[in-house]
Design a binder for this molecule. Structure first.
Ligand SMILES: Cc1cc2nc3c(=O)[nH]c(=O)nc-3n(C[C@H](O)[C@H](O)[C@H](O)COP(=O)(O)OP(=O)(O)OC[C@H]3O[C@@H](n4cnc5c(N)ncnc54)[C@H](O)[C@@H]3O)c2cc1C
Length: 381
């Protein structure tokens, strides 16, 4: 890969990620060598503006990079995607002082940020949070609560935390399905701040086992006003920002589907199956699926901006379903060889399924897509 002359990793970058993906699937923890390679690659700053030491990659380029990383190491790819989704929020909603504080650390220091939004009792729409932020007497804020399924939690340098604000704060008054609410806020919180506790060890997930996805507790964590990134209606806008820009987890699914397709090609080569018509047709169908999902991801950033959020939900569903379908087809093609637990296709399949569950999961995308239909009579579009 050589993008705008910046990112020219040698073959060892991909090899480190591929070996790390296999190790992490065994251990269930972030692979140290892969994380170190990610931090040193500069990719954590790829979407940071040049003024703050980054590469200023647009979402289309970032999607391409994330797809390529996912083909080698899907856990590292979701860490990178979620990190970039925070970077663009800081770029868009941060004050100049906040940008100067956080962005060079990411771009030059290789620091990693994690999103702490989901809670054990919250649903995918993030409307029923029990983590709160209250004003303290010194003019700052006190954050209390517990989060779960936070990707990179075990290795993050700082967090973006979604909290519920006290009653009386601006509210969403939404009638249909929403994603977050305007009675909420986003804070940037140091992982090393007093009261921030990450229990050791990642969640024992079926897939994405090298992503350091874990829990984080905020026990009376005191932060300054300058840690508040946004509140009120800006929160719901900030939640949607990656979708509005066309930065998509769908890119991870495309990389995963590509990896599964290549696994089938390797199997065909090893077993001399090229020329066998049934096998060939199945390979053609997985190739079509991968190319279609990639085209959908590309279309997100090249097509019109006005309905991009809606299209982003469509692409998330389509690409993640494609990832799972391609893995299923390839498992069928491999026969009993693919049924061995240690076969790579089983790791790739679990990783592909994880993307479907990640926010916004398919059921929420469907609600958000369906909820926008206007019941008033009018032309169908
Ligand atoms: C690998 C991975 C990484 C993740 N990384 C992060 C991260 O970095 N940060 C973060 O904050 N979160 C993260 N998450 C959490 C993810 O965002 C949540 O899992 C998701 O938002 C919650 O969706 P859910 O489907 O589990 O929950 P729910 O919305 O509770 O849905 C669970 C099930 O219940 C059904 N359901 C929901 N509501 C209803 C209803 N009213 N009636 C009937 N059925 C209903 C749904 O259809 C679904 O099948 C991650 C998850 C995974 C798997």
């Amino acid at each position: 890969m050589n993008l705008r002359g910046h990112f020219t990793p040698g073959p060892e970058f991909g090899e480190t990620l591929r070996a790390g993906a296999r190790r992490a699937h065994e251990t269930g923890e972030v692979d140290a060598a892969s994380l170190e390679a990610l931090r040193r690659s500069g990719l954590l700053g790829m979407m940071v503006h040049e003024d703050h030491g980054g590469w200023g990659y647009p979402p289309a380029t970032a999607n391409t990079v994330i797809e390529a990383v996912a083909a080698d190491n899907p856990s590292i790819a979701i860490m990178l995607y979620l990190h970039c989704a925070v970077v663009v929020r800081i770029e868009q909603y941060g004050t100049e002082a906040q940008k100067k504080h956080w962005l060079p650390r990411v771009a030059r220091g290789g620091e990693l940020v994690a999103s702490a939004w989901s809670e054990p009792g919250s649903t995918a729409d993030k409307r029923s949070l029990s983590t709160t932020a209250q004003r303290d007497t010194a003019g700052g804020w006190e954050i209390k609560g517990g989060k779960t399924f936070s990707t990179s939690a075990t290795v993050a340098d700082f967090f973006i935390v979604l909290v519920q604000l006290p009653a009386g704060t601006e509210t969403a008054h939404a009638t249909g399905p929403t994603y977050g609410g305007s009675d909420q806020a986003l804070f940037l919180v140091e992982a090393a701040a007093p009261g921030v506790q990450v229990p050791p060890g990642a969640l024992d997930m079926a897939g994405m086992r090298g992503s350091g996805t874990g829990m984080v507790q905020f026990q009376d964590v005191t932060v300054a006003e300058s840690n508040l990134l946004c509140s009120g209606s800006a929160t719901t806008e900030a939640i949607q920002l990656p979708h509005r820009l066309g930065l998509t987890l769908g890119a991870v699914s495309v990389g995963l589907a590509q990896a599964a397709h290549e696994t089938a090609l390797g199997h065909a080569r090893d077993r001399g199956l090229f020329g066998e018509p049934r096998f060939q047709r199945q390979l053609a169908s997985t190739e079509i699926a991968v190319r279609s999902a990639r085209a959908a991801v590309r279309d997100l950033t090249t097509g019109p901006a006005d309905d991009r959020v809606l299209r982003a939900y469509c692409v998330k569903v389509f690409a993640s379903e494609t990832g799972e379908t391609v893995c299923g087809t390839v498992r069928g093609l491999l026969g009993s060889a693919g049924y061995l637990q240690a076969h790579e296709i089983n790791r790739i399949s679990h990783d592909a399924e994880a993307v479907t569950h990640m926010g916004p999961p398919t059921h929420l995308c469907l609600d958000l897509i369906a909820g926008r239909w206007d019941p008033a009579p009018g032309p169908d579009r």
